[in-house]
Ligand binder design. Structure first.
Ligand SMILES: *Cc1c(COP(=O)(O)O)cnc(C)c1O
Length: 476
């Protein structure tokens, strides 16, 4: 399998090259040349693999369709080392539990940092260590986080040979628990940089540094942001696992509702669906930062300025533009790299929007690709958390609540079950849970007292040069 850029660059690359690279040289995102198709017989086989051999083996089966430059036995070993009950809390790894008739929650947040990002990041840590050792190279990971990515990356990379992490985050905007999770790590190879700005300022810095090709090469800069294809690929696996757990035969369909920010999680759903997994609808749930809901309702993609990015109680979805969205638009436009370049390149930076409402392709988003959307606000979140607690004795986190709220809007016929992806555990957002329920959520014992631990963090203005200087100083 070879990979291409969404912006039409002619070069094709293998998996392990893009694994360590991040953005394509033309500023586009990598996608496979085609999506391998899972027919009925293959799906039946995967059903048996999950039942008899478990999630790690299912992951190996899916990944091996996309990775041909790691020997099969090595790839299998990496999957089995990653997806264990010890690391992910249950033998099922991503168990389903019923909520109300027709509605399931799929648990994706029982990994080390209690958010779904562990699902991909733990694999990425092992892939990076494997590939860097094989090449005798080192890598400096530069990332941007609004909370969950950063801690997931740091917990996946801590102590790994050949890897340093430089993680930018918006100063003072993460929850106390999230800050404690990240900043309390004392590992030498982990560097926290708190930027005076919002998440998108952090993301812009990462992009600016990555676009400086000479610096990127000299300091071996890589990324673990959701634009990394390997992360997306790892996430494709749990759509299969969710589908296979919710159904007994391949003629059944399910829909997925996904709390969305940078469009990484649901883009993996789009890939799974494009492979032939019988998904009816992909429901995009946003919070008050409704860039994506606006697009799927109107065809207008309008990025927000930092000042118009709301600080919400589902902060991991507080984005002003969705960094993975370009991948879907590329597919939507029939994989037209020149048009994708025209939409997402300088014109978007200049005008801050594009409009596909009059484009015949736009109708395909719903009709052909199954996308629908909805938006949830702080009041919806509180009401949904309260309601779920009262009626089902289940406490859900704020992001998952956005998913449940929007899922209910689209529930429709109950013969197509809806799976809501649970993207974090409530303890990460205890303030809002307390506001909704009058008491804080349960805290897993291993996180007792982490807010009191000593913190390692460097505060900095939103300035690309200062971040570069910091990396240079800490790179030897
Ligand atoms: C990252 C994150 C999201 C958003 O996922 P995207 O892939 O950016 O769309 C939602 N919920 C939680 C808890 C997250 O950490």
């Amino acid at each position: 399998m070879l990979y291409l850029s969404t912006r039409g660059h002619p070069e094709r690359k293998h998996f392990c090259d893009i694994l360590l690279e991040g953005l394509a040289p033309d500023g586009g995102l990598y996608l496979p040349e085609h999506y391998p198709q899972i027919d009925d017989a293959a799906l039946t086989r995967l059903r048996r693999v999950l039942r008899e051999q478990g999630y790690a083996e299912l992951a190996f089966e899916i990944l091996s369709l996309y990775i041909d430059d790691i020997p099969a036995n090595d790839l299998r070993a990496l999957c089995h080392k990653t997806y264990t009950a010890e690391i992910f809390g249950t033998p099922e790894i991503v168990p389903l539990r019923p909520l109300e008739p027709g509605l399931w929650l799929q648990a994706l947040s029982n990994g080390p940092t209690l958010a779904f990002k562990d699902m991909a990041m733990q694999l990425l840590g092992n892939l990076f260590e494997y590939e860097l050792a094989r090449r005798g190279e080192e890598l400096n990971i530069l990332g941007a986080t609004s909370g969950d990515t950063g801690s997931a990356a740091e917990y996946a990379m801590r102590g790994k040979r050949g890897v340093r992490v430089f993680m930018t985050s918006p100063h003072g905007r993460m929850s106390a628990f999230q800050q404690a999770q990240m900043f309390s790590l004392q590992d030498e190879n982990i560097h926290n940089i708190a930027i005076e700005g919002v998440f998108d300022d952090c993301q812009d810095i990462v992009k600016a540094v990555s676009n400086d090709l000479a610096f990127k090469r000299k300091y071996k800069i890589g990324t673990v942001n959701s634009i990394n294809w390997a992360r997306l690929l790892a996430q494709v696996v749990y759509y299969f696992a969710g589908y296979l757990q919710a159904t007994t035969s391949n003629d059944q369909k399910v829909s997925f509702a996904v709390p969305s920010g940078n469009f990484g999680n649901i883009c993996a759903g789009h890939v799974a669906r494009s492979m032939g997994l019988p998904i009816a609808k992909l429901v995009v749930a946003t919070n008050e930062n409704d860039v994506l809901d606006e697009f799927f309702r109107t065809g207008v993609y309008r990025v927000r300025a930092s000042a118009d990015t709301h600080e919400t109680s589902s902060p991991s979805m507080d984005i002003s533009k969705a960094s993975n969205f370009e991948r879907f638009v590329f597919d939507l436009l029939g994989r037209d790299g020149a048009r994708t370049q025209a939409l997402f390149g300088e014109a978007l930076a200049r005008e801050g929007r594009f409009d596909l409402s009059a484009d015949p392709h736009f109708a395909d988003a719903a009709k052909r690709y199954g996308f629908v959307s909805g938006k949830s606000t702080h009041a919806d979140r509180l009401a949904t958390i309260r309601d779920t607690h009262q009626r089902f004795a289940t406490t859900i986190d704020t992001h998952t609540a956005d998913g449940v709220k929007v899922a209910r809007q689209h529930l429709g016929a109950l013969d197509v079950p809806m799976i809501v992806l649970e993207t974090a555990l409530p303890i990460k957002f205890a303030e809002t849970i307390t506001e909704a329920l009058g008491h804080p959520p349960a805290r897993p014992a291993r996180f007792d007292g982490i807010e009191a631990l000593p913190k390692r963090v460097q505060v900095m203005p939103a300035d690309v040069q200062q971040v570069k200087d910091y990396i240079v100083r800490h790179c030897d």
